[in-house]
Design a protein around this ligand. Structure first.
Ligand SMILES: *[C@@H]1O[C@H](CO)[C@@H](O)[C@H](O)[C@H]1NC(C)=O
Ligand SMILES: *[C@@H]1O[C@H](CO)[C@@H](O)[C@H](O)[C@H]1NC(C)=O
Ligand SMILES: *[C@@H]1O[C@H](CO)[C@@H](O)[C@H](O)[C@H]1NC(C)=O
Ligand SMILES: *[C@@H]1O[C@H](CO)[C@@H](O)[C@H](O)[C@H]1NC(C)=O
Length: 686
């Protein structure tokens, strides 16, 4: 953003979505996709890591034999409720116990690989047969019926449908139709990589042949991939799909329906909306995709479409099934990420992620008990408030914004809602009965992993649609509490920091403050900056997508933003052919602006605190000044390593630059860094 530094900058399109999820990119399931969609549409995420280390530790403790006395600080510090995991057996209220048992059953079902393997393809096979049967019908509503059937299971085919806050009326829930986030391969760019496409087709053919042997398998797979190529070509580029100025296309349902005659959008939505709601207006995120879809469908055979629907179902559920039939596909996914073909994460990692997806708020409740103290909450609030104050100070002296814009911008900062730690509404995770109620329609047993997943998918889809006709629930959180991430949600004008990111070494009440301000403070500043980056700047203090910037301020912003585009476009990673694959300076623009604004605001906030209360030095690291350690803390948090293939995949679709570039680019732009390390020559660009 622009906001915080007097001469910083930013520009025009931005990203939002963060597809990159740590280790299990291929574990996309209905729910994951749904969550990703929510966040995609609503939030500018800051971090992309999804390590759930804290949860992992917590769960090891829970699901291991006995809660061990670990002497960890939080055992004693938990003051949120009478419940403490240390006294699990003795003191659980019965509802709390029932919630916990549900969580434990979900985890056990996932961990029971023997049962999962024994079930093999069978649980999925039943659904595949239904889909194949349905898609074969000659009825004119076949496509629509199949899309609906899959949608209700959380499977996206041909288009994605959902309900979320209307950007231009942020308290109202509106129906949104968009191209699928992912057509088949993890990013659109892969469809122009012939080597990858060839392997994908071979994997598809192998799976189809194992499921349904015939002498036509290769043709089916080929036609399927050609069809997906066309859909991919018609889809928006990553850098455009989350640009509100491009995707915000309100339309009458009637007109949207005409745009997609084979899908019968009006009838689809009519069958999904609550009985007392009559949708009349929807947002069509890419009318040109919808128009092209119509043409593409008209030249596609019924067999190809049938293969496509079946294939989407397989892709959506592959990670919930252990069966030889799916191995060629799983091998392909591993290879695409540069992993050993038959490798798999340790099962408990998968299962921890799984309970987070399925029963995330129950998990959150116990995570807070274990890993988040009242002091942490108070300190977190302090850091975020400090950063807000610094933002306002910086805005006051910003020279490139018009006075009128600065005034509104300051008002916007004042109005930013800060959600820190964990939700106490929608649902109140500290209230066992509301948690129980929230998940009452989810059926979980310890031996039915696949069916548990289906139950959760159906629940998520139904919950999404039930929001229609009611005001937007501004108390909801888009990330569960153990999540190591944070986000800014433009229509909500809110920043959200789950307790998962408020953990050592990013954040700790008991370490010198330059470390927490350097890492967590910069994260907070980053999120706040999103309120004024290439996306956030379009939304006013109420979260309304309006034109509140003057033309001269917009021009000044764009000019500065171009510097970021140029700067980050110079970074590259080795590409598929080992030629440099450059960072997409436009796709990553919003995040890069936010990084610059974040570290600047955090540094100023820390300096102010430090002037009041001196910090201690770190024993053994006295040769660094505290200013330098602030930046060491910042950079340490971005240390990471990725495989060549994963790095490529992220360049295609991640709105964040590679981690190392986030350090180098941000430090190169920071006057405070330059001064702290007494860098000699070059002028920082901002
Ligand atoms: C595939 O096998 C069927 C018989 O099962 C035969 O009628 C058909 O001609 C074969 N098609 C091709 C392309 O070989
Ligand atoms: C999609 O449709 C638009 C017009 O609506 C057209 O300009 C464009 O070329 C089409 N793209 C593809 C890939 O068919
Ligand atoms: C949002 O902005 C539109 C104009 O773009 C205006 O008509 C509407 O009243 C605003 N709504 C809110 C809640 O501010
Ligand atoms: C601002 O720019 C837009 C288009 O760039 C133009 O339509 C509008 O008239 C301009 N407004 C002013 C006040 O100059």
């Amino acid at each position: 953003m622009a906001g915080p530094t007097p001469k910083s900058d930013a520009s025009e399109r931005s990203p939002l979505l963060s597809p990159a999820k740590g280790a299990d990119d291929n574990a996309t399931t209905g729910q994951v996709k749904k969550a990703a969609r929510w966040v995609t549409r609503n939030a500018v995420i800051v971090f992309m890591s999804a390590l759930i280390l804290g949860v992992v530790i917590t769960l090891c403790l829970f699901f291991g034999s006995q809660p061990k006395k670990s002497g960890s600080q939080s055992d004693t510090e938990s003051t949120h409720s009478s419940f403490s995991p240390a006294q699990l057996v003795q003191s659980l209220s019965s509802v709390d116990q029932q919630n916990f048992d549900k969580l434990k059953d979900a985890y056990s079902a996932c961990m029971d690989e023997v049962t999962v393997k024994k079930a093999g393809i069978r649980p999925l096979g039943g659904i595949l047969r239904q889909v194949a049967e349905m898609a074969k019908s000659d009825d004119s509503s076949t496509i629509s019926d199949t899309v609906l059937f899959l949608h209700k299971l959380g499977v996206t085919a041909l288009l994605s449908l959902g309900a979320s806050a209307d950007d231009k009326d942020p308290d109202t829930v509106v129906v949104v139709a968009s191209p699928p986030y992912r057509i088949g391969l993890p990013a659109k760019d892969y469809y122009s990589d012939d080597a990858v496409v060839k392997k994908y087709e071979a994997a598809t053919a192998a799976v189809i042949d194992l499921l349904h042997p015939s002498n036509q398998t290769e043709k089916f797979a080929h036609d399927l991939v050609e069809f997906e190529k066309k859909l991919a070509a018609a889809s928006p580029d990553a850098e455009d799909r989350d640009d509100v100025t491009k995707y915000y296309n309100p339309m009458s349902l009637q007109n949207a329906d005409k745009l997609t005659p084979e899908i019968h959008l009006a009838s689809l939505i009519g069958r999904l909306e609550p009985a007392d709601v009559k949708t009349e207006r929807i947002i069509v995120m890419s009318p040109s995709y919808m128009a092209n879809l119509t043409d593409i469908l008209s030249e596609t055979s019924k067999e190809t479409l049938q293969t496509y629907f079946v294939w989407k179902t397989i892709q959506a559920f592959a990670s919930y099934v252990e069966a030889d039939e799916l191995k060629p596909y799983k091998r392909f996914l591993n290879e695409l990420q540069g992993k050993e073909a038959d490798s798999a994460p340790e099962r408990w990692r998968t299962c921890v992620a799984n309970v987070d997806e399925d029963l995330g708020w129950i998990l959150s409740r116990f995570f807070v008990e274990k890993a988040f103290s009242k002091d942490a909450k108070v300190f977190g609030d302090q850091v975020v408030s400090d950063i807000k104050d610094q933002f306002i100070e910086k805005l006051k002296v910003t020279t490139w914004m018009d006075k009128s814009v600065i005034k509104l911008a300051i008002d916007k900062v004042h109005k930013i809602v800060q959600k820190i730690g964990y939700p106490t509404k929608s649902p109140d995770i500290m209230d066992p009965p509301s948690l129980q109620q929230y998940y009452s329609s989810v059926n979980i047993t310890p031996t039915t992993f696949f069916e548990n997943t289906l139950s959760v998918s159906r629940f998520d889809v139904a919950r999404g649609w039930s929001a229609l006709g009611k005001p937007v629930d501004r108390d909801e959180w888009g990330m569960t509490v153990p999540t190591v991430n944070a986000y800014y949600n433009p229509p909500g004008n809110e920043i959200v920091f789950p307790a998962g990111i408020m953990q050592f070494p990013v954040f700790d009440v008991n370490v010198p403050q330059y470390l927490s301000y350097g890492a967590f403070g910069s994260v907070s500043g980053h999120e706040l900056s999103h309120a004024f980056d290439s996306t956030g700047r379009h939304y006013d203090q109420n979260g309304n997508y309006t034109d509140w910037w003057t033309n001269s301020t917009v021009d000044a912003f764009k000019e500065r933003a171009e510097c970021f585009v140029d700067q980050y476009s110079q970074f590259s990673v080795p590409g598929p052919d080992d030629k440099p694959l450059h960072v997409n300076g436009r796709l990553t623009l919003g995040e890069n602006i936010a990084d610059a604004g974040g570290v600047t605001a955090a540094f100023a906030a820390w300096k102010k605190r430090q002037a009041e209360t001196p910090n201690q030095d770190l024993p053994g690291l006295e040769h660094f000044s505290q200013e330098q350690l602030f930046f060491v803390g910042y950079a340490g948090w971005w240390c990471g390593k990725s495989r060549k293939e994963t790095a490529i995949s992220r360049i295609y679709s991640d709105p964040h630059a590679p981690k190392w570039a986030r350090i180098l680019g941000t430090m190169a732009n920071s006057r405070d860094f330059k001064e702290s390390f007494k860098c000699a020559s070059k002028e920082p660009i901002i």
